[in-house]
Design a binder for this molecule. Sequence first.
Ligand SMILES: Nc1ncnc2c1ncn2[C@@H]1O[C@H](COP(=O)(O)OP(=O)(O)OP(=O)(O)O)[C@@H](O)[C@H]1O
Ligand SMILES: Nc1ncnc2c1ncn2[C@@H]1O[C@H](COP(=O)(O)OP(=O)(O)OP(=O)(O)O)[C@@H](O)[C@H]1O
Ligand SMILES: [Mg+2]
Ligand SMILES: [Mg+2]
Lengths: 231, 231
Amino acid sequence: LIEVKDLKKVYGVEEDSAVYALDGMNASVDRGEFAAIMGPSGSGKSTLMNILGCLDTPSAGQYILDGRDVSGLSKDDLADVRNQKIGFIFQSFNLLPRLSALDNVMLPLLYDTREAQPQEMQRQRAIAALESVGLGHRTGHHPNQLSGGQQQRVAIARALINQPPLILADEPTGNLDSRSSVEIMDLLHDLHKQGATIVMVTHEPDIARHAGRILCVRDGRLISDGRGGNN
Amino acid sequence: LIEVKDLKKVYGVEEDSAVYALDGMNASVDRGEFAAIMGPSGSGKSTLMNILGCLDTPSAGQYILDGRDVSGLSKDDLADVRNQKIGFIFQSFNLLPRLSALDNVMLPLLYDTREAQPQEMQRQRAIAALESVGLGHRTGHHPNQLSGGQQQRVAIARALINQPPLILADEPTGNLDSRSSVEIMDLLHDLHKQGATIVMVTHEPDIARHAGRILCVRDGRLISDGRGGNN
Ligand SMILES: Nc1ncnc2c1ncn2[C@@H]1O[C@H](COP(=O)(O)OP(=O)(O)OP(=O)(O)O)[C@@H](O)[C@H]1O
Ligand SMILES: Nc1ncnc2c1ncn2[C@@H]1O[C@H](COP(=O)(O)OP(=O)(O)OP(=O)(O)O)[C@@H](O)[C@H]1O
Ligand SMILES: [Mg+2]
Ligand SMILES: [Mg+2]
């Protein structure tokens, strides 16, 4: 489903000292796989995820998604891919502050250019999505009226509401206690069993063990790629 | 150093369904202690920390800091307490987006109403603070040019630069890999050995074990308070 070839991402900051956030990465992920990405802070994990999520473009190299070179896609195609094919759980949530939890979760449904469902049906789906992350009692709260872990769970519900075939999760349990983490991992496992492909960044080994494969990143490069554990 | 008596915090949202973020909390922390707070997502930990940090006021109950009832302090007194006595590491970092990492870390020095040091000396202290969290090579970057864990470390450097006697850390390692987490915990231990009082919220048991005491919170109340482990 995913193939990256010699992927590079360079930033030029501080008197032209170039920062290679990605420094030649090669990897592929099969449809239906559950892969974890680990690595030190600043090693390029979120940068890679942003490119996989079609939110950013590489400085060099290729990203082939579902057989198509993403650099060849139009802006509209990319928007549809992001809305329909990919569910992105951001490391810093990226909720809209002026919308309630419910409206934040409904956004992917509103932007879906495929046949639109009636508003009431969308609303029910959003309520169900929030209930699945334990937030049925917080639908009307705005992000600044929610705890850190609650905001993270709203971001998770929003990413999963369209049942996307590819889930990109960047530190999905970073702000969650162990019981909420278990609930979220169970949710991801259910989706995986139903056929979703999952790529998950985590710095917690116990969470990474849920995946069938762990890719280790360092200084913008892949340094190990192992299958084992659950699969 | 810290005493909270029957502390309550109520929010009224969603058709007047009152949310008791804190529902009658009693606790005290001695000078020089290192205490961890654990509990489920949404149980009131950050709400408590905001009150301890003089950033929020309770709906009922008392907060006595260093022998003084905080509700009796003037706005200026509170600003001085926050600047000189307390170092706050926020769960969501709260960095100023238009300032570089260096300028973000320097802010507490600029706001210090005690004798001001020369600009160059403040700058050197800020550089040293960033080096102590492994970010000496990122001083000029702005928050949106930093990884999640790097932003967290800038927030840590900023909280600690004034060497405050009370450190309030809300999930300080939530976005850090294990090696960076170890470095941050070592830093906190050094400050603790030098006499700082530390109250740290974490959902990771391995991190909580660094403290001499673990307080467990649930639904806005203290449900257990145990000493053991390191002390
Ligand atoms: N401004 C607000 N209005 C209404 N409810 C609020 C507000 N702020 C917080 N809450 C509620 O208060 C409760 C406690 O929030 P708090 O942020 O203290 O939790 P927490 O223990 O820090 O959680 P986490 O581990 O997820 O960070 C939550 O249920 C939250 O929804
Ligand atoms: N816009 C930018 N300009 C300059 N450098 C950047 C920019 N964005 C990211 N970087 C740098 O790229 C590197 C990789 O960042 P990235 O966010 O991918 O790290 P990460 O592996 O996700 O880290 P973490 O585990 O801390 O979240 C970092 O060293 C960061 O400072
Ligand atoms: Mg990241
Ligand atoms: Mg919190």
